[in-house]
Design a protein around this ligand. Structure first.
Ligand SMILES: *[C@@H]1O[C@H](CO)[C@@H](O)[C@H](O)[C@H]1NC(C)=O
Ligand SMILES: *[C@@H]1O[C@H](CO)[C@@H](O)[C@H](O)[C@H]1NC(C)=O
Ligand SMILES: *[C@@H]1O[C@H](CO)[C@@H](O)[C@H](O)[C@H]1NC(C)=O
Ligand SMILES: *[C@@H]1O[C@H](CO)[C@@H](O)[C@H](O)[C@H]1NC(C)=O
Ligand SMILES: *[C@@H]1O[C@H](CO)[C@@H](O)[C@H](O)[C@H]1NC(C)=O
Length: 287
């Protein structure tokens, strides 16, 4: 397994920050982000090929959180390879149609510690709310069973947006203790700038990164300009391709990172590639 640790000290606009990217943890979490698309019976068997081989011991104490009405799903479990509790949100099963039936209108974020008109994506937040009580009880089961384990959070696509929205709650269920890693992949925007600033300043996780790849159009939606003014929440780790080192962009919105694609060409296939694994074959990956 290729391991790469990059440290970048940078002055951020909102807070002074040091941005550490741990590619080893990121790749392990990408494996679990893919696995959230696999069906129930195949997950404990850990038989999805390369993504599953990232974490050969799979998930113990596997738990599934699911709402069929909203098609929202997360998988949880304890990973012996990482000595961590894993929470991984699934994207939409129809990955190319993730936004079609979800409202991008604003929803007032209910946590009062987020001040200054914090707003989130109504569709994503509604989906998240539809599993929040199951998520909490299952997370607390794992916390009780593995009290000293680390806590890792991930997701791909819509699942990445759900991971972002769940982060403040998981932090609170974790006893207001920092998570150990939050790496998510090809996320659409999930909130406005007030929420993004709050999330960033709250420093809810030791490692945090928003991994993007190539010219993925999903990462540019909903748009950051009129009339929506959506805003990404955190640092970007941009892979032009997965054969070279990523570019680390400490600003939440940086036109020299993945956002460069708005000035060139979109390539939807880039959304379906994580570390050179072909997610368009995700269903068959898990058989
Ligand atoms: C679920 O996985 C099993 C093998 O573990 C496979 O036989 C079955 O076809 C899968 N079902 C779906 C709906 O993908
Ligand atoms: C999936 O597995 C979990 C954990 O083993 C279980 O609670 C849940 O009922 C299963 N769901 C289905 C649809 O089989
Ligand atoms: C699933 O989501 C729907 C719509 O938000 C909600 O009415 C329902 O109570 C949820 N089901 C469960 C089991 O939480
Ligand atoms: C609001 O977020 C904070 C983290 O900043 C958390 O500790 C607190 O429990 C949250 N409050 C509610 C009501 O969810
Ligand atoms: C965020 O948390 C990390 C790890 O605990 C710490 O090293 C860093 O100083 C914190 N950053 C800020 C701005 O508080």
């Amino acid at each position: 397994m290729q391991k790469l640790l990059i440290t970048l000290a940078a002055l951020c606009l909102v807070v002074s920050c040091q941005f550490n990217y741990n590619e080893g943890i990121s790749k392990n979490l990408a494996g679990f982000a893919v696995q959230a698309y696999c069906n129930n019976t195949s997950i404990p068997l850990n038989n999805c090929g390369a993504p599953c081989n990232q974490n050969p011991k799979g998930l113990q104490n596997f738990l599934e959180v699911k709402n069929t009405t909203t098609s929202t799903r997360a998988i949880l479990g304890y990973s012996p390879d990482n000595d961590a509790i894993i929470i991984s949100f699934r994207g939409t099963v129809d990955l190319n149609n993730w936004g079609a039936d979800l409202s991008a209108a604003w929803y007032n974020y209910p946590n009062l510690s987020c001040t200054g008109n914090c707003q989130v994506h109504t569709g994503f937040f509604t989906n998240y709310q539809s599993i929040i009580s199951q998520l909490k009880s299952n997370f607390l089961v794992l916390k009780a069973n593995y009290p000293s384990a680390k806590v890792y959070l991930t997701g791909h696509s819509l699942g990445a947006a759900l991971a972002t929205l769940s982060l403040p709650d998981i932090y609170s269920w974790n006893g207001n203790k920092q998570l150990d890693a939050v790496y998510h992949f090809e996320s659409p925007r999930a909130a406005n700038q007030a929420f993004a600033n709050w999330l960033r300043a709250s420093n809810f996780s030791v490692y945090y990164g928003r991994i993007t790849h190539g010219y993925d159009p999903v990462v540019q939606n909903p748009t950051s300009w009129w009339p929506l003014y959506y805003y990404h929440t955190h640092f970007e780790v941009f892979y032009l391709n997965f054969n070279n080192q990523p570019k680390l962009c400490p600003q939440a919105e940086d036109t020299t990172c993945g956002a460069q694609s708005i000035y060139t060409a979109f390539n939807p296939a880039d959304h379906m590639n994580l570390f050179n694994w072909d997610l368009s074959a995700a269903g068959s990956l898990c058989s």
